[in-house]
Design a protein around this ligand. Structure first.
Ligand SMILES: [Zn+2]
Length: 568
């Protein structure tokens, strides 16, 4: 019943509306989708069930962006006394894409699937050397079943699948045993302001319309997990992401008297040796293991060259989680930082003693001790010494200064920690651990929650059904491995776990907030059933049409109808 030709048309139509994140295209695509939906018979009859919802970010007029939200309600037969249904399933997908610079000279064709494919076919014919290096791309260029172009895979084909489901039921509302809601959001590829604004909005609509949103399907892309991987994947939850950050001070000195000071870069190096690629920090749950943390920045804080050793340093690591809360990650990293700090002092002391021996000088005692604090502890410690008023006044002043700039959130946080350290009268070297970026929570379906189990059974049924006809194996896994907006519709962490984030995020409540209360209120089990392809975020981005435009919508429909008790 889902028409592949119609899905292909929607995919192409969406791809052709360039919608790079943080550009005007993001607003354009939302407006056009809203117009498209407004033309459907259903929304002609129920215009009040369709919304072009501006995000609640602070953006000036003309730079606003939007989510499109739509509701199709089951129509119970009131003549035989059927009551209105509350049970609602949410379809989620993002409309924005990453940039198109990587297409180089062909960037004008990045969002024109047919012309792009044609141009590349020619290019491959002209450049046999390049073609030899890209055998799979060449094969797909010759294959009708593959569509190229920015957003084709990530994830306009997924949005098209959502639309096809919504469209079908909007014309067959009498077949529905539950309601369907669609949210097509912006800013997934950057800061998730789309979904974060949508969550309170969805809670409001649910309240006003008497809906209970019980399950959600996201349709972001999936891809091979290893070379020649034959599988397609459906995910029951998502990995979470944190950005643990470290501010380290030393004691500055002239390079001529190296041992009069203490170089914070030594501590940073030991930290990276302790944390980078450390598989003890992989997080395993349900037999699935996250990749280990890896550094995303490491720098000292000297703004210019001179022969004085730096006073402070800053480093942060990507940290993926399946089961650990921000509180637990903090605890683990505090141990890592203490070990790293101890090692740095140890090697410093050792070299100092050798040096004294070399120059025939008697050694003084090295009194350095590892001082490691979480931001929460350090704030309490400094406040204890100076009083709340003084500390808050200084931090507020610093924030006001920073708010006048468009400084990166990670640096914003670093500068606040630096300010706090400035207030500390103990000037001995210190390491302060904090979070300096958005927390994308992990989501795992719970084995104890009946609503989660209901969705899990529906997915298992849908995958079994689809597998009967589709050649490649479709595998169910627990954690969607690429960060996505799935993170923001539920919280698997308890309040204390989340507080481990909010209390250690210096910008929290000022430059940075996340409506965790609203997310906890929505608290939806979410799965990902999405298009399959390769090279998302790269110029060879492409989507396999048969799986993405036939199997995916079919599975979505099976899940929905199983949830409604119509199947399985
Ligand atoms: Zn995506």
């Amino acid at each position: 019943m889902m028409q592949r030709t119609q899905l292909r048309k929607w995919t192409e139509w969406l791809v052709k509306i360039e919608s790079v994140v943080n550009t005007a295209g993001e607003a354009t695509i939302a407006e056009k989708l809203y117009e498209e939906l407004r033309g459907w018979t259903y929304f002609q009859r129920h215009p009040e069930r369709l919304w072009l919802q501006p995000t609640d970010e602070n953006r000036e007029e003309g730079r606003k962006r939007y989510n499109v939200v739509a509701l199709v309600k089951a129509e119970p037969d009131t003549s035989v006394g059927q009551a209105a249904v509350a049970d609602t399933t949410l379809l989620v997908g993002h409309l924005d894409t990453v940039g198109i610079e990587d297409y180089g000279q062909l960037r004008g064709l990045a969002t024109q699937p047919d012309e792009l494919k044609e141009a590349w076919r020619k290019q491959m014919a002209d450049l046999p050397e390049q073609a030899k290096q890209l055998p799979q791309v060449v094969k797909h260029l010759e294959d009708e079943d593959w569509m190229f172009g920015r957003g084709a895979l990530d994830m306009k084909s997924g949005v098209a699948a959502n639309l096809s489901i919504l469209h079908y039921y909007s014309e067959h509302a009498d077949e529905m045993k539950g309601n369907l809601m669609l949210v097509a959001e912006c800013d997934e590829e950057d800061s998730s302001n789309g979904i974060l604004s949508a969550v309170p909005f969805l809670n409001n609509v649910a309240e006003q319309e008497g809906l209970v949103i019980n399950a959600a399907i996201n349709s972001d892309f999936v891809t091979a997990r290893y070379e020649d991987d034959p599988n397609r994947y459906v995910y029951m939850g998502t990995v979470g992401k944190l950005l643990p950050s470290f501010y380290v001070t030393g004691k500055e000195t002239h390079v001529g008297q190296a041992f009069d000071g203490f170089d914070p870069n030594l501590v940073l190096s030991e930290l990276t040796r302790e944390i980078d690629y450390n598989t003890d920090l992989c997080d395993e749950m349900y037999g699935e293991v996250t990749p280990p943390p890896v550094s995303l920045k490491q720098t000292d804080l000297k703004p210019y060259y001179d022969v004085q050793t730096p006073l402070g340093g800053f480093v942060y690591y990507n940290f993926l989680v399946h089961s650990l809360s921000p509180r637990e990650v903090m605890e683990k990293l505090r141990d890592c930082a203490t070990r790293a700090f101890e090692r740095a002092i140890g090697s410093y002391r050792e070299q100092y003693l050798r040096y004294c021996e070399k120059i025939g000088q008697s050694a003084r005692e090295i009194t350095l001790v590892p001082r490691v604090y979480t931001y929460q502890e350090y704030l309490a410690y400094v406040t204890d010494r100076l009083g709340n008023e003084t500390v808050q006044a200084a931090l507020t002043k610093k924030m006001d200064q920073l708010n006048k700039t468009d400084v990166d959130i990670r640096w914003y946080c670093c500068r606040l920690v630096e300010e706090l350290n400035r207030l500390d009268d103990d000037k001995s070297p210190v390491c302060i651990i904090f979070y300096s970026s958005l927390y994308s929570p992990r989501i795992a379906l719970s084995t104890e929650n009946e609503r989660d189990q209901r969705l899990q059974r529906a997915v298992e049924y849908a995958v079994a059904e689809a597998s009967k006809e589709y050649a490649n194996p479709i595998e169910i896994r627990q954690f969607f491995p690429y960060i996505s907006d799935m993170s923001f519709v539920a919280l698997s962490d308890d309040e204390e776990g989340i507080e481990g984030y909010t209390a250690n995020m210096p910008a929290w409540g000022n430059r940075h907030t996340v409506p965790f209360d609203e997310i906890r209120k929505l608290n939806l089990p979410i799965v990902n059933i999405g298009p399959y392809g390769f090279d998302a975020h790269k110029k060879w981005e492409r989507v396999e049409l048969t799986y993405s435009l036939e199997v995916v919508p079919q599975m979505m429909q099976s899940v929905i109808e199983h949830l409604w008790g119509k199947r399985g």
